[in-house]
Ligand binder design. Structure first.
Ligand SMILES: *[C@@H]1O[C@H](CO)[C@@H](O)[C@H](O)[C@H]1NC(C)=O
Length: 228
């Protein structure tokens, strides 16, 4: 009886650890085209369409040649191509984005992708890009930056806070590949100051070591997203 209990605990722990896996699962078949009908069901990945019913449309997206409007508050616009746009990306651990930046300061504000490393290539313009390491043993958060020109490639490791700023006089365009079918985005300012319902201001006043008035001001701003 005891042995059975131990075995059960072991099985439950093994299952739990596989559900908590930090990266996208390896495919156990050629593909697993996501079924639209089950979009309301939240699992790690989606249910697979019958392979016999799969067509080229399940692996296709068009329009990444089209620049997007960058007149919004931060001056950038992300066109995401992940499992939401291409159902065939389900379980494959990869996705893509086009990012347009307005001249003179178009910005992808500091953000992280909780589930993906990003590799970015600039095709037009000049970007000042960077990421910040997690807290190092000496207390530092190191900033790693680079100015990128067309053809230059830069990597933003999974989970780290990063940004891109157009420091040129022209539009800038970059394409990014991400190591998840659904990388997720946490825009720091939006998450911290635009949380709904708002975070108790005492938390932010202490955390940012600023006056409560400044926290109130920041929490009143309308934090937009450059991702839709
Ligand atoms: C991005 O561009 C599209 C079309 O160009 C536009 O409809 C959308 O509002 C823009 N998004 C942002 C956040 O500016």
């Amino acid at each position: 009886m005891e042995g059975l209990k131990v075995l059960l605990v072991f099985v439950v722990l093994a299952l739990a650890s596989s559900f908590a896996s930090a990266s996208d699962p390896s495919p156990l078949q050629d593909f697993c085209v996501a079924m639209k009908e089950t979009d309301g069901v939240f699992v790690n990945g989606k249910f697979c369409k019958d392979p016999e019913q799969v067509t080229e449309k399940d692996f296709f997206f068009s329009g990444l040649n089209v620049p997007r409007d960058t007149s919004g508050p931060v001056g950038s616009n992300v066109t995401a191509v992940n499992v939401a746009q291409i159902a065939g990306l389900n379980t494959l651990g990869i996705s893509l984005a086009r990012i347009d930046y307005a001249p003179h300061g178009g910005l992808t504000p500091p953000h992280t992708h909780p589930r993906a490393t990003e590799i970015l290539v600039v095709v037009e313009g000049t970007l000042y890009v960077g990421f910040v390491t997690s807290n190092l043993p000496n207390g530092d958060n190191r900033l790693i930056t680079k100015v990128l020109n067309p053809g230059d490639v830069f990597v933003f490791p999974v989970g780290l806070v990063h940004f891109q700023l157009n420091v040129g006089k022209t539009n800038a365009v970059a394409f990014a590949s991400l190591s998840s079918q659904n990388p997720g985005v946490i825009t720091i300012a939006n998450a911290v100051f635009g949380a709904d319902p708002p975070i108790n201001p005492n938390v932010l006043t202490k955390a940012f070591q600023v006056d409560k008035k400044l926290v109130d001001y920041l929490q009143k701003q309308f934090w937009t997203d450059n991702n839709n």
